[in-house]
Design a protein around this ligand. Sequence first.
Ligand SMILES: [Zn+2]
Length: 76
Amino acid sequence: MHLLVQVLLVLGTIIGSCIIVLPLVIWHANTHSYICRKCGHEFSISVLKDLVSPHKLLKCPNCYKWAWQKEIKKIK
Ligand SMILES: [Zn+2]
């Protein structure tokens, strides 16, 4: 019985943090762009990519080079 409570607690924590983190990641992906350090090309990434690359090591869609891209705020 104790094990079940622990499993539920762990699951609750995981689901809870997803609910908090997901809107933040979506907001971040929609409001930020990146500038390629190699060629200066400005590009945005998808929510999924933003979620899996918090280190910002991204491949430029223009010159296809991997770099630690510079993050900028999107101007609307
Ligand atoms: Zn580039």
